[in-house]
Structure formats: structure tokens, C-alpha cells
Design a protein around this ligand. Sequence first.
Ligand code: SF4
Length: 289
Amino acid sequence: MDNHVHDDTVITASALYKYQECHRKYKYAHINLLDVNDDFANRLIGHSYHRCLDRAYNLLDYENIILELQDTIPFPSENKSTSTLRGMLSARFALESSKFLPWESIIECEKELTLPIDDVTWAGKIDRIVENANGLWIMDTKLRNGRYQMMREIYENSVQLVMYIIMARHHNYPVLGYIVDCCRIPILKETKDWPSYVNKIHEDITSRPETYFDRFVYPVDSNLVEKVFNNVRYWVNQIKHDTQFVQNFSACVNYQWGTKCPYYGICHENVDISTFTRKAKSHTELETI
Ligand code: SF4
């Protein structure tokens, strides 16, 4: 049994969300560094979509990222995930600059930034810093499996996004607020003929883009910055000084989505944590930090 002491000095928004959901879940992910494949296919599509956009907006070929995705997942070389990604990207580029995807100049792509908070480092990777007629904005792409009620409200006062604003301003980018670029992942009947599946996805998105894309703009003022920063500072200190990492059993099963916590076996079935592989680092999404 380990003694729960940790020396993780970097905290991100997703790590904080994990801690708020269940302290023990944070410990398994960021102190024990247990590797789990939760929601594997969708996570890969989301991660690869971001990386492909980053490459494309830097005017680079993104095909290698799709090839990497093919190598990563245990399926035949072209598969549902890679075809979905190709269809989504080709439809997006066809619609770029339309009213569904208004164009802004890109100043930075996938920018990793940090901010000192007491004795820890807050870190995050910003999808894009963009400029429109009003000035600079953070732009964050969010992939969703469905279209939800209250989409605008979901991202209002987002700790992750307001902290991006604070980090960007700290690094001398005078950003006015954040723009959420929301994209829905298509769920269409598979054909197994992958080129025609790519076309099917492309056609479905381009024929009814209003069901696939939403853009929400949130200016951020100094009151909100102060409120969110104080809130984050409180939580960061809670994490740093926690020695118990209590379990929140009400978070073990998500009845709405029909999913279990990836560490369910440890907490409920006595699976030994030594049977898990360990991640090489705490925040695998960060490349330079
Ligand atoms: S299974 Fe439950 S108690 Fe255990 S880490 Fe997950 S949410 Fe927390």
C-alpha cells in the first residue's frame, strides 16, 4: 500500500476535474500513473482531430497523423475511426470560412503555456490563439458525440477556458475571451467500404452543417478572471495537501452514459494496482511540459 504522498508539481484542468469528481481517481491517474484505455476510439478521434487541425492550419500535410492513428488502434489499416476522421476533416475544410465556420487569422496553434500558482505549475495546451476584427481570442475545439441542450451554458465560466485566458494574458497575449468551436462526431451506419463511408460522412456534414457545428463567443472580464483564479488556487492547494484521497463512490458508475470509472476494478473488485501498466508521465497530453 502506498502512502499517498506525491510530488506532482504540474496540475491541469482535466486533472482538477478528475480530483473534483473523485479524489481517488486523481490519485490513480496522476500519482500512481495507472494507464487505462477509457473510451479508446472516441478519445483517439478527438485527439487526432485536434492534431490534424493543428497540422493543417500550419499548412502541413496531416495524412501522417491519420497513418499513426491506423498504427495505434488494433484494427485493419483503414477503419471506422480513420474513415470518420477523414470525412470530418474534408467536410470541415470544405466549409471553412462559411457562416458555420467563420475564418479568423491563426496566431498560435496547440500552444502549451504555464502559470505559477503558489508552489505548483498550472499548465495547459491551447488549441489556437486567433485574431478577428475585434482582437485576439482563445479558440478551443470541442468534439461531442451528440447535440445537447444548453450547449452555450456548458462552456460558460469554464475553468479550463478561463484559465487559458489567464495563462495567455500572463504570457503577453492580450486575449479578449474565448471562442468554442463545437463539432459533433457523426454516427452513421457503417458500410465497410471505407472510401464510400468517408464520402457518406463528408456529404452528411456538408449537407446539414447546422447540426454539426456551433460557435460560441465568451468575452472574459477581470471579475471572472479573479473569481476563477481564486477558485483554482483553493483546489490546487487542496490537491497538494491531500494525504487521504477519499473515494467518491457516487462517481463510480455513470448511469446516464452507461459507463464505469476506469478504476472500477481496483475499488470494487480488489484488482491489484500492480497489474496495471504505468504511464511514463502524469500529463500525457502535454508534449513540452
Ligand atoms: S471506482 Fe469510484 S471510488 Fe474508485 S476511483 Fe473510480 S470513482 Fe473513485
